[in-house]
Design a protein around this ligand. Sequence first.
Ligand code: SF4
Ligand code: F3S
Ligand code: FES
Length: 255
Amino acid sequence: MTLVAPDAPAAPQESNDSGIQSYLVTFIIRRFDPETDTEPRWVDYDVEMYPTDRVLDALHRIKWDVDGTLSFRRSCAHGICGSDAMRINGRNRLACKTLIKDLDISKPIYVEAIKGLPLEKDLIVDMDPFFESFRDVQPFLQANSTPEPGKERIQSITDRAVYDDTTKCILCAACTSSCPVFWTDGQYFGPAAIVNAHRFIFDSRDDAGDVRLDILNDKEGVWRCRTTFNCTEACPRGIEITKAIAEVKQAVLRS
Ligand code: SF4
Ligand code: F3S
Ligand code: FES
């Protein structure tokens, strides 16, 4: 646990019934209200937190107890829906998976929206360009044959293992919005779209791999990747994204 001994601003507070010490933690959140602000502004909040709390809990406390206008997306609160990706201390993470005990609370914790997508309000960005790229790679099974009535499409364990890693994507955009190529030109498909193309390109039951490889051989496709690994480091599901992109590049060359 990297909980740092409490200097100000992480002043120790009361213990709860279980004897766990709470701390006063400062969050500095980049706020933006399109109706009143011309530029985003940083706003400080001191919040009482337990080491086992998540950054999402801090956002809830601020929204529910301090300022109801604070805007952010979240749904499952358990790392499944992918809706609360944000930059926490300069690194893309899911707020619901980021524990206070894993942050250095002797310093303020900076929270801001993910980069590279249009800012709508506070921690909310417009995800449309992200999902457009996702849709463009045709992320669904396309098979020319039909299974026998009442039967499944059979796939061996070995064939299933080839694309197992890329099935884990929750479309949180942490990868794409951490990619410097995507920041500099919003035209690049981005790692998340390539991950989801990979999931079907390497599925032995699918027959549209060549179509997807053709799409990704485009000037906005896989060749834009400069192997910077930001995406792999950002992925909350631990997907080896850069490796998946390299496999798609090799498949394009073979096709
Ligand atoms: Fe999120 Fe990882 Fe999927 Fe990218 S590959 S969208 S970081 S889950
Ligand atoms: Fe971007 Fe990941 Fe490639 S961060 S440059 S897609 S390795
Ligand atoms: Fe669903 Fe965090 S709220 S992943």
